[in-house]
Design a protein around this ligand. Structure first.
Ligand code: GLA
Ligand code: ZN
Length: 676
C-alpha cells in the first residue's frame, strides 16, 4: 500500500482549477478579476495556473520587467484561498526577442527559419534563449519564493517539436560523438555502407530532412533520442533556479499522452509529478465506450511515466474544444465522468483549460468554466460546481494509488523504430492502437492495468504483455526471462524481437533474444490488406486474424490454436510455453478485441488474479486506488444507457451509504466506493 503526500503540502485536498489568464483582462481588472474570484470559489476551485503565456506582459521590453500585475494576481489568489500553479513563460516569447535575436526562432526540418508567431517553437539550443529563460525563471522564483499563493511550478507548456538550426546541428553532432565515440562505430551501427552513406567525419552529419537524408533509420532514431535529450536538458535548465530558490515547491510540465516526439518515460523521470492534458473526443453515443477506454489508456500511461505516483490532470475542457473537426458539446454527465475517470486512475487533480474564455483570438470559443455570459446559471458552470463538490467528497482517497498486477508495455523507442521500418503494412503498423487494444482487453475483463516501457521493473507484476516489441532495448529480454522463470506470465506477439537498440536485425531467427522464453521460431510474417482475413479457433470459439499473421514453428511451445486459411493453414496462431515457474504466450497474428478479452480473462485467472468486479457489463470500466484510508473502487458507466453492476459490501464515498449487490448507474454515471 502506498500513500503519497498531497501535491501541495498545505492543500491536502483534490486540486480543482485550470489555466487562468488574468493578464488578458488588465484593462478591466477592477471588474473582471473580482468576478473571477467569486465564480472560482463558488465552483470549489482551489488552484489556478497563471503566467503560462505571459512573457510579453512580464517583460514588455528587454530588461524592463513589469511583475506588478502578477504580484496583484498572486495576492488576490492568496486572499481567496486559491493556490497558484505558477508557470515559466518559455512556451511563447515576446516579439522584441525574436526581432533582436533571430537565433531563438526555430528552424524547420526543410531548413527554413520561422518568423515570429504562434508558440511552442523556440530553439532548444540557443544560448540567448536559455539565458533569457534562466533570468526570467530566477526572477520569478526570487519574487514569489515566500508568497503564500505559490503551490507549484508549471514549466513552460506542452514541450514539443524540434529545431534544425545550425546551433542544434552542432549539438546533435556533439551528442553523436559522445554516444558512438568514433565515426566508424556510428557508420556500422547505422548500416551506412548501404547506398554509400558512410560518413568520414561527424561534421558531415545533418539532422533528418526531406531535402536531405530521411531513409537512414539509424539517423532517424538517433535524432529522436537526441530531441528527447534536448527537452530533458531544457527542462533541467528551466528548473535549476526554481530548485535552488524554492526547493520545496514541486515542478511539472504538462505532457500530451502518446505525443510521439519525446520519450516521456525519460522526461517523466525528471518531473516531481506527472501532469497531462486530456481532450477526449466524446461523441454522446455508444461509441463513447471506446473513447473512455482510450482515455483510460492515456491515464495509465501518464501515471506510468512518472513511476506510478498520483499525477495531475492539468488540462481538460469543461465543455467542447475548438480545434477538433467536430466540436461537440458534452451531454450532461460527461464532464463528471471525464473528471472522475482521471481520479479513478490516480490523478489528484481535475484542472481545465480554461478558466475564462478570452474575448478575442484563437481560443475565444474554446470551452471554459466562465463563458462570455459570465453567468452562474449556464449548464457548464453548474456542472463544474458539481465536479468541485464531488472532489471535496473524495478527499479520503487523496494520495492513494493503484496497485495493479498487470502491465502492458508501450515503448517510445520501439514505436519510433517500428514505424520507420519498411515491411508488411506501410500504411501504418498500428503500434499505439494495438497496445491500446491489449490494454482495453484487460480493462474489460475487470482488471486495473499499468503501462510501462521496456526499461521498467517487471517485478511488481504477475502478468506482463508486450505487444509488437519489435525493438528489444538493452536488458529487456533478460528481464522478461527472469520474470517468467520466477513464475510470471508474459505475452508476446507477432513483430517482436526483430531488432536491437540500434535498429539492427537480430541474426539467427526471430524473436531473437525472446526465442527461448517464447519457445518458438517466428519465421516470416504475412501482411493482409483491409479486405483480407484469416481465422483460428480457440476454446471452441472462432476468431479472425488480420493485418499481420506470423508463421511460427514451436520449439517447445504448446499450440493452442492454428490458422484455418491460406498457405500457412495449420501453423500456430496462439502458443504457450512453460518456462521456469511461469509461462509465455505468443499471439502470432493481430486479432480483434473480442479474442483478447476472452484470452486475458483466462490468462489473468490462470495467473491467480481476480477481477475488481466480476462480469462487468459492456461499457462499464473500473479501477482501484489503495491508500491509508482503505481501498477505493471506482465504477464508471461510459455509455449513455443505464448499466447494472454487482457490488461487494462497500460504502459510497460521497454519501456514506452502505451498498451491496446490484446497483444501477445511469447514463455516464460514476460511483466511488470504499471496500469493506
Ligand atoms: C493545449 C494547450 C492549451 C490550449 C489547449 C486547447 O492543451 O496547452 O494552451 O491551447 O490545448 O485545447
Ligand atoms: Zn535550434
Amino acid at each position: 500500500m502506498a500513500q503519497y503526500p498531497p501535491i501541495m503540502k498545505d492543500k491536502p485536498v483534490f486540486l480543482h482549477g485550470g489555466d487562468y489568464n488574468p493578464d488578458q483582462w488588465l484593462n478591466e481588472k477592477s471588474t473582471v478579476w473580482p468576478r473571477d474570484m467569486e465564480l472560482a470559489k463558488k465552483a470549489g476551485i482551489n488552484t489556478l495556473s497563471v503566467g503560462i503565456f505571459s512573457w510579453a506582459t512580464l517583460e514588455p521590453e528587454e530588461g524592463r520587467y513589469t511583475f506588478e500585475w502578477l504580484d496583484e494576481v498572486m495576492d488576490m489568489l492568496a486572499q481567496n484561498g486559491i493556490k497558484a500553479v505558477l508557470a515559466t513563460p518559455s512556451g511563447a516569447r515576446p516579439a522584441w526577442m525574436a526581432e533582436k535575436y533571430p537565433e531563438v526562432l526555430r528552424v524547420t526540418e526543410d531548413r527554413r527559419r520561422n518568423l515570429f508567431g504562434e508558440r511552442h517553437n523556440h530553439c532548444l539550443t540557443s544560448p540567448v534563449y536559455r539565458e533569457k529563460v534562466r533570468k526570467m525563471n530566477t526572477l520569478l522564483a526570487e519574487r514569489y519564493k515566500d508568497h503564500p499563493a505559490l503551490g507549484m511550478w508549471h514549466i513552460s507548456n506542452e514541450y514539443g517539436g524540434e529545431c534544425h538550426c545550425p546551433l542544434c546541428q552542432q549539438r546533435f553532432r556533439q551528442w553523436l560523438k559522445e554516444r558512438y565515440g568514433t565515426i566508424d562505430k556510428l557508420n556500422d551501427d547505422w548500416w551506412n555502407t548501404f547506398w554509400s552513406h558512410r560518413y568520414s567525419s561527424f561534421d558531415q552529419i545533418e539532422s533528418p530532412s526531406s531535402i536531405g537524408e530521411s531513409g537512414s533509420h539509424g539517423l532517424n532514431l538517433a535524432w529522436k533520442r537526441f530531441t528527447t535529450q534536448q527537452f530533458c536538458d531544457f527542462y533541467s535548465w528551466e528548473i535549476e533556479p526554481l530548485r535552488r530558490i524554492t526547493p520545496d515547491v514541486p515542478c511539472t510540465t504538462n505532457l500530451m499522452h502518446t505525443y510521439p516526439g519525446i520519450n516521456y518515460f525519460e522526461l517523466g523521470r525528471l518531473l516531481d509529478r506527472c501532469s497531462w492534458d486530456n481532450y477526449p473526443q466524446w461523441t454522446n453515443d455508444m461509441r463513447d465506450a471506446k473513447v473512455a477506454a482510450h482515455s483510460a489508456f492515456c491515464h495509465d500511461l501518464m501515471r506510468g511515466v512518472c513511476g506510478g505516483k498520483p499525477y495531475m490532470l492539468m488540462e481538460s475542457s469543461p465543455s467542447c474544444v475548438n480545434w477538433q473537426a467536430v466540436n461537440r458539446l458534452r451531454q450532461p454527465g460527461i464532464l463528471m465522468l471525464q473528471s472522475l475517470q482521471a481520479v479513478a486512475h490516480g490523478s489528484d487533480t481535475v484542472q481545465y483549460f480554461q478558466f475564462r474564455k478570452g474575448r478575442g483570438s484563437f481560443e475565444k470559443f474554446h470551452g471554459a468554466v466562465v463563458s462570455h455570459d459570465e453567468s452562474e446559471q449556464n449548464r457548464v458552470y453548474r456542472e463544474v460546481c458539481a465536479v468541485g463538490e464531488a472532489l471535496a467528497g473524495l478527499t479520503p482517497a487523496l494520495g492513494a494509488a493503484p496497485e495493479n498486477r498487470i502491465a502492458v508495455v508501450y515503448d517510445w523507442e520501439n514505436r519510433w523504430a517500428l514505424e520507420d521500418a519498411r515491411f508488411g503494412l506501410n500504411t501504418g503498423k498500428g503500434y499505439e492502437e494495438t497496445v491500446r487494444t491489449h490494454h482495453t482487453a484487460f480493462l474489460r475483463a475487470g482488471y486495473g492495468v499499468d503501462v510501462i516501457d521496456e526499461t521498467c521493473d517487471l517485478a511488481p507484476y504477475r502478468v506482463v504483455c508486450g505487444p509488437m516489441t519489435y525493438m528489444l532495448r538493452p536488458g529487456f529480454a533478460q528481464r522478461v526471462r527472469a520474470f517468467v522463470e520466477a513464475g510470471g506470465t508474459y505475452i508476446s506477439t507477432y513483430c517482436s524481437g526483430w531488432v536491437n537498440e540500434e535498429d539492427l536485425c537480430f541474426m539467427g531467427g526471430f524473436p531473437g533474444p525472446l526465442r527461448e522464453v517464447c519457445g518458438l521460431w517466428d519465421e516470416e510474417t504475412d501482411a493482409l490488406d483491409e479486405t483480407q482475413r484469416n481465422r483460428f479457433t480457440w476454446n471452441g470459439r472462432s476468431y479472425e486474424a488480420k493485418d499481420f499473421c506470423a508463421v511460427v514453428h514451436p520449439e517447445g511451445a504448446q499450440v493452442l490454436a492454428a490458422y484455418e486459411e491460406r498457405f500457412y493453414q495449420g501453423a500456430p496462431a496462439l502458443t504457450v510455453n512453460a518456462f521456469g515457474k511461469g509461462r509465455c504466450y505468443y499471439i502470432a497474428a493481430r486479432t480483434g478485441e473480442d479474442f483478447l478479452c476472452d484470452l486475458y480473462a483466462h490468462v489473468a485467472k490462470e495467473a491467480g488474479l481476480s477481477p475488481l468486479l466480476p462480469a462487468l457489463p459492456s461499457g462499464v470500466l473500473c479501477t482501484e486506488r489503495v491508500g491509508a484510508n482503505g481501498r477505493f473502487l471506482f465504477v464508471m458507466n461510459t455509455v449513455p444507457e443505464a448499466r447494472t453492476v454487482t457490488l461487494p459490501a462497500c460504502t459510497d464515498v460521497q454519501t456514506g451509504l452502505m451498498r451491496k449487490g446490484d446497483c444501477t448507474l445511469g447514463a455516464y454515471g460514476v460511483m466511488a466506493v470504499r471496500l469493506a
